[in-house]
Design a protein around this ligand. Structure first.
Ligand SMILES: [Mg+2]
Length: 248
């Protein structure tokens, strides 16, 4: 059995801003006001259904549990991944329920980093995401260095500043799923610097050419790059993952 771990936003689903041309029949899973914030093409949706049937498919997202649930994959796409990684690895959902054993393990792994309370004091106004990390509006001068000294890190993009414990990773949560399911082969997909550890841990992976990770210069021999952008890249990634299920 193959394990497929894939990021969602800007990897498999795209906001209006990131989508590029939107073909007829494109599905919308989420909108803010009138603006779509998570779309995918019918072809991508069909490939996700194939993944769901033929592999252990794990959505691996930095979204909070509530934000992940808002996509409502079971009702909208007819897929029900048994495992889902949320909050950048801080939460493992098993059949839709937060796995307590993984939450304890995360606390244990983060014990040597500065506490959430200490970081919250430094950040001032910031949203806490599932008790795992913070989303701030701006990265003030010196924040990254301050975090680095305390076992935390900063990933800033536009008005979204993720402030996370350095040990809070998608790859750690996916490794736990790998251990529990006994899967040996890992395929991965992701677009952002927060996906680098997951792609690095995979046997093979793919990143979109319009992703921030690609723009940062990150490359690996076992990680392919899409030729298309936006929704077209999402289609390419889903098709690439399905092709990877074939025995070689
Ligand atoms: Mg992403």
């Amino acid at each position: 059995m193959i394990l497929v771990a894939a990021d969602l936003d800007r990897t498999l689903v795209h906001s209006a801003r990131a989508a590029g041309p939107v073909p007829e029949g494109t599905l919308c899973l989420e909108r803010r006001g009138d603006v779509p914030t998570a779309m995918l093409t019918r072809r991508t949706a069909a490939d996700l259904a194939a993944l769901d049937h033929r592999a252990v498919w794990v959505p691996a997202t930095t979204r909070s549990v509530a934000e992940y649930e808002r996509l409502d994959l079971p009702r909208r796409l007819g897929v029900a991944p048994r495992f889902a990684v949320c909050a950048n690895g801080g939460v493992l959902l098993v059949d839709g329920v937060r796995d307590p054993a993984w939450s304890s393990e995360v606390s244990r792994r983060l014990a040597s980093a500065a506490s959430q309370a200490e970081v919250a004091r430094r950040l001032g106004a910031a949203r806490e995401v599932d008790g795992c990390f913070f989303l701030a509006r701006e990265a003030e001068e010196g924040l990254a260095a301050w975090c680095a000294e305390r076992g935390w890190r900063v990933d800033a993009y536009r008005d979204k500043v993720h402030v996370l414990p350095a040990a809070l990773t998608k790859s750690a949560a996916v490794a736990e799923v790998r251990r529990r399911t006994g899967t040996t082969h890992l395929l991965a997909a992701g677009d952002s610097p927060l996906d680098a550890d997951l792609l690095a841990a995979a046997d093979a992976g793919i990143q979109p050419v319009d992703g921030r990770l690609y723009a940062s210069g990150w490359r690996a021999d076992h990680v392919a790059v899409t030729s298309g952008r936006g929704l077209a890249a999402g289609e390419e990634i889903a098709a690439w993952l399905v092709r990877g299920l074939r025995p070689t």
